[in-house]
Design a protein around this ligand. Structure first.
Ligand SMILES: *Cc1c(COP(=O)(O)O)cnc(C)c1O
Length: 360
């Protein structure tokens, strides 16, 4: 049976990437060692991390005045690192668009000398849309933080706001390499790798140089400037995760780069949204203009029926379709590596389920 993995993260990886990793597992480039066994100071690993960085720069067209950092601690540690590095003694502005935004906000609020203000929120609408944003913000603020794609709620920013000298900082964990945003519209971008980049354990941060902290952050590992100065090799980085990320970047390049893969993402998402639209049983809880291309929640409106659908789906090899525990229903995460055939198979299954369960 073919297994289609709709997991929101850690998520499906491109099969060719796993095959290369498999073929190189016991002997990386004639070294007689696996990548996991290489010193992070070896020339073989240095080539891996340098290739990973230059491929990501090429794919995202990252300008030279941005540093690319390979870190640990997940996107969740960035919730603290961003304010620690950028907002000491200042005010930080946040847009609240869902569970991950809320965690970012509470991490910033936990810091002593940082003032946190929420400038827009869709919480009253149950996060079913991206809220309307203010035209202007306090120009003394350190940054405006947004979550470009809300993995749990299934919303995304179609357009990135611009606030003059106040940089936009983005948690791009679930739609990095799957959008048409421009890096220069952001001061900082960060992403946990386990959605669209590679295995868990690696976090990518892209930081505009003028935003690097001038004063040391109390803990060296949390200090962007120090990490940048050491080319992400201040301590042992997650070497194997960086190697897989490099292979994924090569694969994305082969798919026509970010533009090529995003076109495929649009096709996959459109197919599923059209099927939901056509259905008399399933509906999308998300407002049309705010819909995500990567995480697509849908519900029947009847919890028992949702449960029956999820159970029947599992039997057919559709893994991890259950919606997040905070939202319920179903959620299909269609990351870059998720195949079009999987979307087609899901739609056929949804139609069959609808016929058998009173859709008319
Ligand atoms: C998954 C996710 C996170 C959490 O990432 P970790 O690497 O587990 O800390 C944060 N933000 C968004 C948008 C996510 O999708």
């Amino acid at each position: 049976m073919t297994i289609y993995n709709f997991s929101a993260g850690p998520a499906v990886l491109p099969k060719p990437v796993l095959e290369i990793a498999q073929s190189e597992m016991l002997d990386y480039k004639g070294s007689g060692m696996s990548v996991m066994e290489l010193s992070h100071r070896s020339s073989l690993f240095e080539a891996i991390i340098q290739d990973a960085e230059s491929l990501l720069r090429e794919l995202m067209a990252i300008p030279d005045n941005y540093k690319v950092l390979f870190l640990q601690g997940g996107a969740s540690l960035q919730f603290s690192m961003v304010p620690l590095n950028l907002a000491q003694g200042k005010k930080a502005l946040y847009v609240n668009t869902g569970s991950w935004s809320k965690k970012a906000i509470s991490a910033a609020k936990a810091l002593e000398n940082i003032e946190v203000e929420v400038i827009a929120s869709s919480e009253e609408q149950n996060f079913t849309s991206i809220p309307e944003l203010p035209e202007t913000v306090d120009q003394k603020a350190a940054y405006v933080h947004i979550t470009t794609n809300n993995t749990i709620e299934g919303t995304a920013y179609a357009k990135i706001p611009s606030y003059g000298d106040v940089p936009v900082v983005a948690d791009m964990s679930s739609n990095i390499l799957a959008n048409d945003y421009k890096v220069e519209d952001f001061g900082v971008i960060y992403a946990g790798a386990q959605k669209n980049i590679g295995p868990a354990g690696l976090t990518v941060a892209i930081v505009r140089e003028d935003l690097l902290n001038q004063e040391a952050v109390f803990a060296p590992m949390l200090d962007y400037a120090l990490q940048a100065k050491n080319n992400s090799l201040y301590n042992t980085p997650p070497t194997y995760a960086i190697y897989i990320a490099k292979l994924v970047f090569e694969w994305v390049k082969e798919q026509g780069g970010v533009a090529g893969i995003t076109a495929k993402d649009r096709e996959k998402a459109q197919l599923l949204y059209d099927a939901i639209e056509k259905s008399n049983l399933f509906k999308s809880p998300v407002e049309k203009a705010s819909r995500s291309l990567t995480n697509i929640p849908f519900v029947t409106g009847d919890e028992a029926l949702d449960k029956a659908f999820n159970q029947a789906a599992l039997v057919e090899g559709f893994e991890n379709l259950t919606g997040h525990r905070s939202v319920g229903g179903m959620r299909a995460s269609l990351y870059n590596a998720f195949p079009l055939e999987g979307v087609e198979a899901l739609i056929a299954f949804m139609e069959k389920f609808e016929q058998e369960n009173g859709g008319n």
